[in-house]
Every structure is written in C-alpha cells, then in structure tokens.
Design a protein around this ligand. Sequence first.
Ligand code: SAH
Length: 485
Amino acid sequence: MDFLPVFLRVAQKPCLIVGGGKVALRKAEWLWRAGASVTALAPTFHPDFKQMATTGRVSLKNKAFEPKDIEGFFLVIAATDDRDLNAHVAACARRLGLLVNAVDQPEACDFILPAVVDRSPVVLAVSSGGQAPVLSRLLKTTLESLIPTNFGQLAELAGRFRSRVKQALPSPNLRRRFWEQTLKGPAGELLLSGQTEAAAEEMAKALKAASERRQATGYVALVGAGPGDPDLLTLRALRLLQEADVVVYDRLVSPEILNLVRRDADKLYAGKARAESGLPQEQINQLLVRLAREGKRVVRLKGGDPFVFGRGGEEIETLANTEIPFLVVPGITAALGCASYAGIPLTHRDYAQSCLFVTGHRQGDRPNLDWEKLVVPRQTLVIYMGLLGLEEICQALIQHGMSPDMPAALIESGTTPRQRVTVATVATLSKIAREKLAHAPTLIIIGEVVRLRAKLAWFQEKQKNFGPEIPGQREKALNFIYRKL
Ligand code: SAH
C-alpha cells in the first residue's frame, strides 16, 4: 500500500487550488462538497469557475503563481496543465509543511484524491495509488451499481440509535451482532425500500428483544479453507469468516486466507504441525466449546476439507455432546486443488477409472497401508502427509508390483504462489524430493495420469498469467483455454 486511506476533515479550512482549467474545477467542486473554504489561483479561469464564484463556492485570485501565495493554507492542489509548475507548487507547499497534491504526479503528492462513491455519510473511496485512475473509476462504476442510492440513510438510522444501543447492550460483542443482524435484516430492508419510519420501529423492536435476551448464543462453524488459494473458498466460508468473533486456525491455512478474516476477530493458532507442539486435539475441542459458550461466533478453520484427513469428526463429536450449535462447511480438499493447479486430471478415460486418497502418515515408525489395494491398474493414488515416509512408500509400492517407471508427482504448497511441482517416477521421486529440499505441505500423486501434465503444462502457465485483479478476466481466459483443449 503506497498511501494510507484516511478521510480528511476540510470543513471551513482554507484550501488552495492552483489552476483554472477543467481539472482544477473538478477538484474545487470536491473540496466545496466537503465544506472547505476554497480559493483558486490562476491567470485565467474556465467560465464555470466564475459561475462557482458568484455563488460563493470559491474565491478566485486572478494571477500567476508565486511561492508566497500558498501561505496560510491547510492544503494545496496543483492542477495546472504545466507539469513543471505543478511540481514547483508541490515543492513550495512541502517546504511549508502543507498537505499537497499535484495532479497526475503521484510521486509529488502527500495525498491523492480517490474515485468516490458518495452515499453520505457512507463514502467509499477507491484508489489505485495513482497508478491507474481509469481502473479506479471502473471499479467505482461497478460499486455505484451495487450500493443502493439511499444506503447512506442506513448509517443515519444507525446514528439515531447509537447511544440507545450502547446503553441497552453493554457488551461490544452483543452490540456488533445487533447491528449486523438489524442492518442486514428487516430494518435495513425496510429502510432501503424507502420506509424510514417503519425501519426505525423495526429497529426499536429488535433492540428491545436483544436487550431482553442479553446473552447471545454462540456457535461453531467447522469450515474448510481449501488448499491455499483464497479464490477457492466457498461463498459460505467467506461469509462466515467475515462474521466471526473468533477464528481458530490450523497451520495449513494460508496467510492469504487469514487476510480475509474480519479484522477485529481474534485469530487463535491451533498448530498441529507434526514437529511443532500445537494444541492437543482434546484442548482444541474444549477451547471451541468454551468460546461458543461465551456467546461467540467461532469459526474452526481447517485446511482443505474438514472431513478429509482433518479430524473434523472428532471436533463435532465434542460439540454435539455439549449441545452447542455447529455447522460444517466443506472445502476443496488438497487432492482436488493440487491436481487441477498442477494440470493433472485425477481420472481420465484412457488412464484411470478410479482414484484413491490415502494418508502416508506414519503409525509407529513406518507408513501402515494396505499395499495390495494401492497397486491396482488404472487407478490414481493420492497420498496426503506422505513426505516423511516417501521413500518407504515408494519402495513398498514397487515391492508390491508397481512398475518402477510409474509416473509420480510431488506438489508442494499447491494452489498458492509458492506451489512447486516435481515430476519423476516412483523409483526416483524420493531421491529428487530430497535433493530439492521439498517441504510440507506436500501431496503425492502417482499414476499414468501424471503423464498428462506435460501436455497440460502450458495451460497451467496461462492460468497463472491471468491474475484475479480484473473481475471476470480470469473466467474469460479459462473459457478460452477450455475451448482450445
Ligand atoms: N483436510 C485437508 C488435509 C489435512 S492433512 C484437506 O482436505 O486437504 C494435511 C495434508 O494435506 C498435508 O500433509 C498435505 O499432504 C496435504 N495438503 C494440504 N494442503 C496442501 C497444499 N496446499 N499443497 C499440498 N498438499 C497439501
């Protein structure tokens, strides 16, 4: 982030615009809308400036710029069509410690003016850090269409109730939940449909009910976070993350996904890495129960899917025994995420009709697997938690009849920007993985389907090149690629 987003109070403050053209005019209008006392300085002015001056919205100083002109102002905007002059104005302003903006020269700016969606008192400001104002305006247009025009009245209604709510509901948690439920619920709906008084009545009713209830009921949502890429979260997972009071997360949950958790929510790390000493399972179970009993909305966030090698079953068992409401939200399991991001289809008409997910986790000192079931023709084998036992696993597969040339892939941190894919054979994979210092989390895919990766590798490259920044762009690119396939 190159600029810190803040909202500036300029009401009644003296603000100077250097420039008299259309660009300067637009800036003057914005300052005036925010209540500033605006002065514009230029040798000549656009006719609309004169119009603005006759209604007292701006004072005009008809002259060429000199450094002493900026004395006494709170902020200065250099908006002439002369870049050098703008830079000069910016330098003079900075010398006096004034806030300054020079149009189209982000490097000379203390602040920049964002694209604005005005639903006062709610204001959305979009900025590209001065890099691509057109992109900000495109986004602004999208937001304009998404946010009802009377959205601001919702904030006014909330303002009217604010002190009453504070009195009636002493706990900040209860208050936040009250606001979320009423603003998104019937009161909010009534207001947005223009029924202001009915909305106020509904809110008063909801407040009465909430203050009588006092203690909110908590719940636990066992949520699958997917394998890493935040784009692979389900919509429900995202919503729960943004409503949570507490998120208890695993080592596997990527930082990109943790970024999407509501900012004020507590984030508790429950660990569970093999070597690290995370909380023991029983303690995690008890923690979830305690938090929910405190009335909190708890999200137990687990990598991939909670029911695939995730011990989700054990966690809900405890919750069920204590009668705490819970729900389970599935996630994309590592096998599916890694396979698709590595360009390896798990089944294929010509190569594999079945697919088996197993855990390579050692019990005692070696992986304990039913090898006969693993070495089956036309079957893809996916091994979770297999890095540590990789060598023994590959040897055992060969001993039980798998061809040493069977293609095998090791995918590290699949679907994240750190993804690395190593393709070898069952005979060579563990040696190569050691040489490459592969580290967890890793998923192993063994089977003829791995051969298809070479064919699909270009697809994966393309997929990477279409970032998620521009809405719809990635989908378009993928459709295009699928058609080509
Ligand atoms: N519930 C999870 C699996 C938990 S077991 C799921 O459904 O995906 C942990 C194992 O999952 C890791 O040891 C690794 O084998 C695999 N794994 C999880 N995320 C991964 C990722 N992004 N890349 C590669 N393997 C991953």
